[in-house]
Design a protein around this ligand. Structure first.
Ligand code: NAI
Ligand code: MG
Length: 367
C-alpha cells in the first residue's frame, strides 16, 4: 500500500542550477553529473534547470538577479545548486553581490552550514591527526552582521576621508542561528557546542550574542556549551581541532573560521556549504570562489561542489543518495583519484566521471 507521504517523498525533485563564473562553472558541471548518477542509481527523478546569472550575462545585458527571481525559485524548486561568482572584468563585483547576497537575504537563508570533515588523514596540514580528530560543523550567521551594507564614505579621496561600515545584530537573528546550532547538536547526537564572538572588543553587538547564548543554554542541558573569543578559537582549531563538534559564529567571523576549517581538512577544493532556512528552499555551494587563475582549465577540484550536492540531497530528504555520493568521494580521495590540489593527476572532468561511475557501479549494494 502506498501512503500519501510515500508518494510525495518519491515524487520528482526540482533543482535550480546556477553555475555562475569561472571555476564555479567547471565544478558545477561535475556535481550535476554525479547528482544525476546518484538519482538514476536509486530511481529518484531529478529535474534540473539551469540559470545563466553570471558575469557574462551581466556584461551582456546588465542583468544581475532578475526581478521576481527569488519568488520564482521558491515556487518552482526544492533547492538551488550554486557554483561561484566573481570575475576580474567586473571590478566592483556588483553582479556577485546582487545575485548571491540577494538570494541569501531575499530567501532569508540565515544558516550558513560549513562542515569541516577530514576525508583522509593525509589531506590535513596538521601533524598526527586522523579523520576522527577533524569532524566539526561551523554555523555562520548568514543574514546580518557586517554584510548588510549599511554605512558610507565621507570626504572621499581626501586626506580627511572617513569610511563607516555598520554591523547589525538582532535578537531574532542571533537567537535563531544559536538555536539552530543547539538543535543540530541534539539531532546529530553531538555533545559539544562552542559559540564564538569578539564581545570583549564589541560589547554592544556581540554582548547580545552572549546574553542570548546564556538564555538558550539551559534549554539544551545535555549539550556542553562553551564560549571562545574568535581569536582564541582560531588558535584552538589549529592546536586541537578534536575538541570541536559544533561551532556557531557571527557572519564575518564564521566566514573566516570556515576558510581556516577548510584548509585543515584539505583546502578550498573540498569544502562544501549550505545556505539554509530550515523547512524552506536552500542554496548549496562550494566554499571556494570562482578561482579565475584555474578556471576553464580542467584543474578545479569538483569535490567541494559534489559534497554540496550531497548536503542538498540530505536537506531535501534524500539521505541515501547523499550517503552514496559521500562514499564515492571518500573512496576517490583514499585511492588518489583526485585533482592536483590533493596530489592526484586527474582533471576536473575525469574526477566527475570517476565519481559518477562509482555511484552507478555501487547502486546495488545499497538497496
Ligand atoms: P577562491 O576561493 O576563488 O580562490 C582561493 C584559492 O583557492 C586560489 O588559490 C584558488 O586557485 C584555490 N581554489 C579555489 N577553488 C578551488 C578548487 N575548486 N580546486 C582547487 N583550488 C581551488 O577565492 P579568491 O581568489 O579570493 O576569489 C576569487 C573570486 O571569487 C573573487 O571574485 C571573489 O569575490 C569570488 N568569491 C566568490 C565566492 C562565492 O561565490 N561564494 C566565495 C569566495 C570568493
Ligand atoms: Mg569565504
Amino acid at each position: 500500500m502506498t501512503t500519501i507521504s510515500e508518494t510525495q517523498s518519491n515524487s520528482a525533485k526540482h533543482i535550480a542550477v546556477i553555475p555562475g563564473d569561472g571555476a564555479g562553472v567547471d565544478v558545477t558541471a561535475e556535481a550535476v553529473k554525479v547528482l544525476k548518477a546518484a538519482a538514476a542509481a536509486s530511481g529518484l527523478t531529478i529535474e534540473l534547470e539551469q540559470f545563466d546569472w553570471s558575469a557574462d550575462r551581466y556584461l551582456r545585458d546588465g542583468t544581475t538577479l532578475p526581478a521576481g527571481a527569488a519568488r520564482m525559485l521558491v515556487e518552482r524548486f526544492d533547492a538551488i545548486l550554486f557554483g561561484a561568482l566573481g570575475d576580474p572584468r567586473v571590478r566592483d563585483n556588483r553582479h556577485a553581490a546582487e545575485i548571491l547576497l540577494g538570494l541569501r537575504f531575499q530567501l532569508d537563508l540565515y544558516v550558513n552550514a560549513r562542515p569541516c570533515q577530514l576525508l583522509d588523514a593525509r589531506l590535513t596540514p596538521l601533524r598526527n591527526r586522523s579523520e576522527r580528530d577533524l569532524d566539526f560543523v561551523i554555523f555562520r550567521e548568514n543574514t546580518e552582521g557586517l554584510y548588510v551594507n549599511i554605512g558610507g564614505v565621507f570626504k572621499r579621496d581626501t586626506p580627511d576621508e572617513v569610511a563607516v561600515q555598520e554591523q547589525i545584530n538582532t535578537r531574532k537573528g542571533v537567537e535563531r542561528i544559536l538555536r539552530h546550532g543547539f538543535e543540530y547538536a541534539r539531532r546529530h547526537k553531538r555533545s559539544r557546542l562552542c559559540m564564538s564572538d569578539k564581545a570583549n572588543a564589541l560589547p554592544h553587538g556581540h554582548g547580545l550574542w552572549q546574553r542570548v547564548f546564556a538564555e538558550l543554554r539551559p534549554q539544551f542541558p545535555e549539550i556542553e556549551a562553551s564560549h571562545l573569543y574568535v581569536d582564541a578559537l582560531a588558535a584552538e582549531m589549529v592546536r586541537d581541532p578534536s575538541q570541536f563538534q559544533v561551532i556557531v559564529a557571527p557572519n564575518l567571523l564564521g566566514d573566516i573560521l570556515s576558510d581556516l576549517g577548510a584548509q585543515l581538512v584539505g583546502g578550498m577544493g573540498v569544502a562544501p556549504s549550505g545556505n539554509i532556512h530550515p523547512g524552506r528552499i536552500g542554496l548549496f555551494e562550494p566554499v571556494h570562489g570562482s578561482a579565475p587563475k584555474i578556471a576553464g582549465k580542467n584543474l578545479a577540484n569538483p569535490i567541494g561542489s559534489v559534497l554540496s550536492a550531497a548536503m542538498m540531497l540530505d536537506e531535501i530528504g534524500k539521505p541515501a543518495e547523499a550517503a552514496a555520493i559521500r562514499e564515492a568521494v571518500r573512496v576517490s580521495v583514499r585511492e588518489g583519484k583526485t585533482t592536483t590540489d590533493l596530489g592526484g593527476s586527474m582533471g576536473t572532468r575525469e574526477v566527475g566521471d570517476w565519481l559518477a561511475d562509482y555511484v552507478t557501479g555501487h547502486a546495488v549494494t545499497r538497496t
